[in-house]
Design a binder for this molecule. Sequence first.
Ligand SMILES: [Zn+2]
Length: 124
Amino acid sequence: MSQEDNQSVNMNKIISIINKAIKKCPQYEQSQNYLLESRKIVLFNEGLREQIFKCQDEIRLIQKELTQPSKKLRRKANEISKKYKCSNCDKKYGSEASLNLHCKIKHAFSETDSKTQIDHSFQI
Ligand SMILES: [Zn+2]
């Protein structure tokens, strides 16, 4: 088959696809404001495009964070003075929040007056 024959076959295919699409197309309705509807579609597409750009920016940020995570300065465990002692076990913590979390998880309650039980032996 020559190149011209191929092109005419492709053209026929395209025409038959268009004809099928036209048959499926709903009839023109006088009451419908097609200009307004097409304007809505254009605006909707613009909104979608903006969302895509936002998503792409977020993906870029996430990928950057994954490849080069920002280093958080954290104190080492032995640098923290653990002055908050659990009244139910021997655990000690550097903050009231940590102790409360421990109590909620291990002893199923929140220790609110734990700050009065400061273990001075651990203070520097
Ligand atoms: Zn405990």
